[in-house]
Design a binder for this molecule. Sequence first.
Ligand code: CU
Length: 173
Amino acid sequence: MPSISVIRLLALAIFAVASASAVRAEVAGSGHSMAMEHHASHKDDFSFGEPSEARLAQRTVAITMTEMSFEPKILTVKPGEIVRFVITNSSDVDHEFTLGDKATQQAHRKEMAAMVTMPGMPPMHHHEANAVTVRAHESKEMTWKFGPAAQLEYDCNIPGHFEAGMTGALIVQ
Ligand SMILES: [Cu+2]
């Protein structure tokens, strides 16, 4: 039979372990917000256009996210056109919609891959104006004013998704 003091010691030990994990969770949490600040500090300076407002849009384009692809897969817009994207995720996994040229998309994929190494953190918190995360069975909007003629892409840069075919061609002409 353990004495009262042994039970008390055990209780103390359990409390200590619980507090330690709470501290760890807090540390992980602050690492996370640091990552978000890092993202937020990016200069919103895109060669392929700039964020705009839905009320200014000249056109609305519906995009559907399926299991690992976008519908439609090809889009054409005019230089300077303001397009409101309504992005619906009809799949069971979270996705993102990032507008950009190849270089921007590749840079974004690298960042996403780096973020996924943080234990327990979902790899999808970016506050760049050209990206939006759409959770499973949800819808989001993004309005973008396109720049000059260019070959762009809309990609999902959640690790593995672009590689699985989650990309669309966006031609500005
Ligand atoms: Cu995806």
